[in-house]
Design a protein around this ligand. Structure first.
Ligand SMILES: O=P(O)(O)OC[C@H]1O[C@H](OP(=O)(O)OP(=O)(O)O)[C@H](O)[C@@H]1O
Length: 203
């Protein structure tokens, strides 16, 4: 079930995608002017608030995301819920210590193998993890994050993404028992035109 705030976030993101996003023949959506390069803080703040309200009843204790772009979507949710945001890293700094675990995936935008790592000490069996990312495409990233959380002993209670590309069917990699929500689902890209799906397709 949606919330008023989630509907408002859908409207705002959809307007922004219509006015400022671009799409290519590769199925990728360019959103650099409001998310990926020149991030619109106000928009991301309001999207974070919508996710916080939507997932709060599931009582998340930690958020898990993937660097780099996922942080833009995840941190505002963490701030609204006042819970920690664990950032899975593609390259682990030498300064990190603890029990490192990693999962492999194929990056959608780079079309090559990539690894996501976390220090598993930051999750345990008492944690109810909410995974937040900017985009769900083929679902490789969300699936890798779910595997990391489960290996660390935590329960994954939800997955939320700002933009879901329905035509890449990433949702199929997310187990049905995990609550899923996207703020703006995209139906298709046809000859460079981005077709936004109804808000009803977002859960
Ligand atoms: O559902 P998927 O097929 O996994 O695609 C979605 C992922 O692709 C992008 O990450 P990318 O690998 O481009 O890394 P970036 O955040 O460093 O740009 C995006 O930020 C998502 O995490």
């Amino acid at each position: 079930m949606g919330t008023k705030e989630k509907k408002r976030a859908y409207d705002e993101l959809a307007d922004r995608i219509r006015s400022d996003a671009a799409a290519g023949d590769d199925g990728l959506i360019r959103m650099q002017s409001f998310i990926h390069h020149c991030a619109d803080s106000g928009l991301l703040h309001r999207c974070g608030s919508a996710f916080a309200e939507y997932f709060k009843p599931a009582r998340p204790t930690k958020i898990l995301t993937a660097e780099v772009s996922g942080i833009l979507a995840a941190l505002p949710v963490g701030i609204h819920l006042d819970i920690p945001v664990l950032i899975a890293r593609k390259e682990v700094p030498k300064t990190f210590t603890g029990n490192l675990i990693e999962e492999r995936l194929i990056s959608r935008t780079k079309e090559r193998e990539s690894f996501l790592s976390i220090i598993s000490d930051y999750l345990s069996e008492v944690d109810r993890v909410l995974i937040i990312d900017d985009v769900l495409a083929r679902g490789e990233t969300a699936a890798a994050l779910i595997r990391l959380a489960v290996r660390a002993g935590a329960e994954v209670i939800g997955v939320g993404v700002l933009v879901e590309k329905l035509y890449e069917k990433g949702r199929e990699l997310i187990p049905e028992e995990i609550e899923f929500a996207s703020l703006c689902p995209i139906q298709s890209i046809e000859r460079g035109v981005i077709q936004i799906a109804d808000e009803g397709s977002s859960t």
